[in-house]
Write a protein that binds this ligand. Sequence first.
Ligand code: NAD
Length: 481
Amino acid sequence: MEKLMNYVDGVYCPPINEQYFDNINPATGEVYCLIPDSDDNDLALAVTAAEKAFPIWSNMPAEERSKILVRFSEGIEKRMEQFVAAESKDNGKPITLARHVDIPRAVSNFHFFASAIIHFSSESHYMEGVGINYTTRKPIGIVACISPWNLPLYLFSWKIAPALAAGNCVIAKPSEITPYTATMLGEIATEAGLPPGVLNILNGTGAKIGDAMVRHPKISAISFTGGTATGEHIARTAAPMFKKLSLELGGKNPTIIFDDCDFDDALKTTIRSSFANQGQICLCGSRIFVQKGIYEKFKEAFVAKVSSSKVSFPEDPKANLGAIVSESHLTKILTYIDLAKKEGGKVLTGGNRVFLPAPHDKGFYLEPTIFESLPYDCKTNQEEIFGPVVTIMPFETEEEVLMMANSTKYGLASSVWTTNVKKAHRMADQLNMGIVWVNAWLIRDLRTPFGGMKASGVGREGGLEALRFFTEPKNIFIKVD
Ligand code: NAD
C-alpha cells in the first residue's frame, strides 16, 4: 500500500514515529493509501529547516521569488491530469469539477501571487513642513497554513502562494481527509527551485500535528480555513501568544430570488450554487428564499431539474454529483436530514443515501435534497450542514427576506437575483456577508477581499489583503526641517 510522506527541508521523508492511518477513497469506501500521523518531532525538524531557510528566502529579491512561483504554477499545469485524477480520487468530487475548477484554480493561485508580489507596494504619508512617514512591509518569519478537505489543492495553494510570495517560510498541513495533492506539491517545489526548508508539508490529524503547529512558539502567524468550532479552538490557543490569525470559517449562505429576476439564469445557477461539489463549498447557498410571485413556478422547475441530477462515481463524465468526502460526514448530513424532518420539513426530492453498483457499492453517495415548509429560524436553517441539502422558503418583502437572510450566526456569502439595479444595491448594502453576488455565484476575481463576517471568520484573504496579512508593517518617520 502506498505510504504518503512529509516534505521537510526539500526532501520527502516518513514521519519520525513511523505511524500512519488510513486514507479512504470516498467513491469506493476502500483504503487506498496511508497517511503519516506526524507529531511534535516532525514539526521540530520543519521549524529548524524553516529557520535556516528564512534569511535566504526573505532576502531574495521579489522578482526572483516571483519566478520560482511562476515555475510552481507551470509545474502543476504540466501535470494537470495527474493532479485532476488524484484530487477526484481523494475527495470523491466529479473528475470534471477537478479538471475545470480545482486544479486550474491552484495553477492561477500561484500565478496570481507570483505577479502580485512584484506589484505590491507600501505606503508613504507626507506631513507638510513636518516630515514624512514611510511604511515597510517585511515577511513575518515562519507561518502555518492549515486547510480543509472540500477544495483541497485550491485552498491549500490559496494560502501558501501569498505566504511564500511575501517571503515567509511555510509549514503547511492539508486536511487529513484529502492530503494527496498537497503532498504532490513537494515534487513541484523542488523542481521549481524553491530553496529547501522554505515550504514544509506535514501530514497528520488536526488534534495532533495541527494543534502542535498552533502552539509552536516559533510560528508567528496562522492562516486557517475550516470549521467555526475549530477556528474558535485555534483562536483560543493562539491568542495568548499574540499570533497573527486569519480565520476562514463556516457559512449558511442565503440565495435570494426576486420575482423580477432572469428566471432561467437564476434557476440554472441556483442548481450549481446548491449542489456543486455535493454542496461542500463554503460558498454554496443552502437557504433559498424565493419571492411569492414566482415561488411555485421556481419550486416546480428547481425540483424537476434537481431530481434528474445524476449521482455517480467521480470518473463518470456525466456525474452531476460525486461522493460525499467521508462516511462520518455522510452520517452527519443524514442526521441533519432526520432533524429537518423532525422539525416539520417536507422532502421535495432526495433525502436518501445512494448505493451504486460494485465497485462503488460501499461509496458515500447521497441524493441532492430539497426541503420545504421549514421556518427560517429552525436548527436546519441556522446550522451549517455542508452537504447537498437545501431548504426553499417563500418571502414577500425586501425587509422580511433581509431579516431572515441575516438571522444566522454566519456571514460568509450570498447571492441575490433581481433585474432592478436599485434593489440590488439596497440588498447588497444590508446583507451582513463578506461576499454578495448579484445575478451570479462563485465568480471570483483573485484581487478582491475574500472572507466572512460574524462566525464566518476573522480577516480577509485574496489580493493585497493576503499580502498584508503575511507581512509585518513598520512605519518610519523622518523629520524634514
Ligand atoms: P475542520 O475544521 O475539521 O478542519 C480544517 C483543518 O483544520 C484540517 O486540516 C484539520 O486537520 C485542521 N484542524 C482540526 N483541528 C485542529 C486543531 N485543533 N488545531 C489545528 N488544526 C486543526 O474543517 P473541515 O471539516 O476540514 O472543513 C469544512 C469546514 O470548512 C466547513 O465548516 C466549511 O464551511 C469550512 N470552509 C470555510 C471556507 C472559507 O473560506 N470560509 C472554505 C472552505 C471550507
